[in-house]
Design a protein around this ligand. Structure first.
Ligand code: NAP
Length: 258
């Protein structure tokens, strides 16, 4: 049995993933603002009552700037509760200071949890017991791959890489899609073709152990079309643009809670 505070984009993806996977326990969700329940097998609460607060695992899925609003309500929960923060940027120190909860885990997952393909990074504070850890890891194993990190700083790093990552991939996908459209393909076909292009390429990489660079080189022939496009991207500084963008996300992640 778990409870989740905040029924937003990430919580919904996580619940979808858990329900599509092996998790059959009760899920109770608290969100005072929500108007529509999307999942059948959950209990949705508009009050932060004991059904939420007595759960062993309480997930926090609100935006970081809303955390203070609910922190006080969490101050009297039982000693062996584990607070699982899904939020970007709020440190364990801050979480403890404002909730007085001693067992805390920070998890950075992503929306790919909805269909079993999340990358979830978990940092446990020193008060978490081995059996707590096992229980939480199992939940995230149900929605993708789980990686335990031994430093909290790593959570900020993956926030900017894999937490936000699906948005970067989607942005590039959107650009490719718009190029198909500009070249005369209709909207639906452009969407399908772009997704197939990514999906096919990922599939190639999954089935080919060579480095990404070597696989890429296998497409390039001297003075050919691919070489011309890649040279243009390099000249316009695509790598620099992406490096700068991701670094700014990582920097932001480490600053949110301070
Ligand atoms: N979205 C992602 O892909 C992603 C990835 C990694 C990490 N995260 C982290 O996950 C957290 C949630 O992100 P999100 O994108 O799911 O945000 P979101 O869609 O805004 O969801 C947050 C939900 O919590 C509700 N809420 C606001 N104040 C509340 C309160 N006091 N008590 C209970 N519920 C409250 C919000 O209602 P209103 O909309 O009415 O305010 C909203 O339904 C963030 O901290 C973010 O850093 C998100």
């Amino acid at each position: 049995m778990i409870s989740i505070i905040g029924y937003g984009n990430l919580s919904k993806s996580l619940i979808t993933g858990l329900r599509n996977g092996n998790y059959s326990g009760d899920i109770t969700v608290y969100d005072p603002y929500v108007t529509k329940k999307l999942h059948k097998k959950i209990t949705l609460k508009r009050k932060l009552d004991d059904d939420i607060l007595k759960c062993k695992l309480i997930f926090l899925g609100v935006k970081p700037n809303k955390f203070k609003d609910i922190a006080k309500s969490l101050q009297n929960i039982t000693k062996n509760t584990i607070l699982v923060s899904l939020m970007a940027g709020i440190s364990i120190k801050k979480l403890r200071e404002l909730t007085h909860i001693s067992r805390i885990a920070r998890v950075m997952t992503n929306i790919n949890c909805a269909h079993g393909k999340a990358q979830s990074f978990v940092f446990f504070n020193s008060n978490c017991e081995p059996k707590d850890k096992k229980q939480l890891i199992k939940i995230f194993d149900d929605v993708g791959k789980t990686y335990i990190v031994s430093s909290e700083r790593k959570i900020d790093i993956v926030t900017g890489l894999t937490g936000s990552g699906p948005a970067y991939v989607l942005y590039i996908l959107e650009i490719i899609c718009s190029i198909f459209e500009k070249q005369g393909f209709n909207k639906k076909m452009s969407r399908d073709l772009s997704i197939e292009l990514f999906d096919g390429t990922i599939n190639t990489c999954k089935n080919d152990e060579r480095s990404l660079e070597v696989i890429k080189k296998s497409i390039v022939s001297k003075k050919g079309t691919t070489e011309s496009a890649l040279r243009s991207m390099k000249k316009d500084g695509l790598q620099k643009i992406l490096n700068k963008a991701v670094s700014s996300a990582i920097k932001k992640a480490s600053k949110i809670g301070s």
